[in-house]
Write a protein that binds this ligand. Structure first.
Ligand SMILES: *Cc1c(COP(=O)(O)O)cnc(C)c1O
Length: 229
């Protein structure tokens, strides 16, 4: 069992090293400053035990997609390891807002005014300020969270103007069946229009394209931890 675990840890470290090398290579080819591309480790479905190797190696930026699952893992890990930055990258239901504001540092899935209002209220109640990204449903997919493309400008503008949430970025997940370029370029362009600095885009299968298109944060799961069940 211990041998097995050591083997797992070695594998993760190797994957991370290879990924870092690749990111450095891609950013060089595309004239991107490596310091401006953050690597988020997406740890959804992984047990605490399987995350620890990355914390012990100094990684600080993590993404989870479910509030309930994160509550079982991260309060303890955050207590044990300093300066963890935990992002929610999955859809947020309004009845989970309290728990989300208490636990997360950044919520990347802002996509409707009802949610904006509850988050704003909860921030005041807890006297805690988070950072927010607006999720854009660039492919206008029915089943997917995010603001539809044709409503995105109005939504972003109102969010920035009417509410006191600290909106610092945009996020998207391109449709699986389409080339990611046009989606990433669309998001990059939106960010430019509104002078929004951060762009959360790029996953295991499309981070190269995302970096090319100006991503400031790639969200990587399976490329590091292996395929999820
Ligand atoms: C799961 C997930 C990722 C990571 O996906 P991989 O393909 O495993 O790298 C990134 N972003 C979001 C929103 C996710 O839900």
């Amino acid at each position: 069992m211990i041998e097995e675990f050591k083997k797992y840890n070695r594998k993760i470290l190797l994957n991370l090293k290879n990924l870092q090398t690749d990111i450095a290579k891609i950013s060089k080819i595309n004239n991107r400053n490596l310091n401006q591309i953050k690597l988020m480790l997406v740890t959804k479905t992984l047990s605490k035990e399987k995350i620890i190797i990355t914390l012990n190696s100094g990684y600080k930026l993590f993404g989870e997609n479910r509030v309930q699952e994160s509550k079982k893992k991260w309060p303890e890990l955050k207590k044990k390891y300093n300066n963890i930055e935990l992002h929610l990258i999955g859809a947020l239901q309004r009845n989970k807002v309290k728990e989300a504001v208490a636990l997360f540092d950044v919520i990347e899935t802002l996509d409707r005014f009802s949610l904006v209002e509850s988050l704003s209220q909860e921030e005041k109640r807890l006297n805690k300020k988070l950072e927010y990204f607006i999720q854009i449903n660039t492919g206008n997919e029915r089943q997917k969270a995010g603001v539809f493309a044709n409503e995105s400008k109005e939504f972003i503008e109102e969010c920035l103007k009417k509410y006191d949430l600290n909106v610092s970025g945009l996020m998207c997940i391109p449709p699986q069946s389409e080339k990611p370029e046009e989606h990433f370029e669309y998001l990059q362009n939106l960010a430019r229009i509104f002078h929004i600095k951060k762009l959360s885009m790029g996953m295991s299968n499309d981070y190269e394209t995302a970096i090319k298109c100006g991503s400031t944060q790639i969200r990587i799961g399976s490329k590091i931890f292996g395929a999820r069940d």
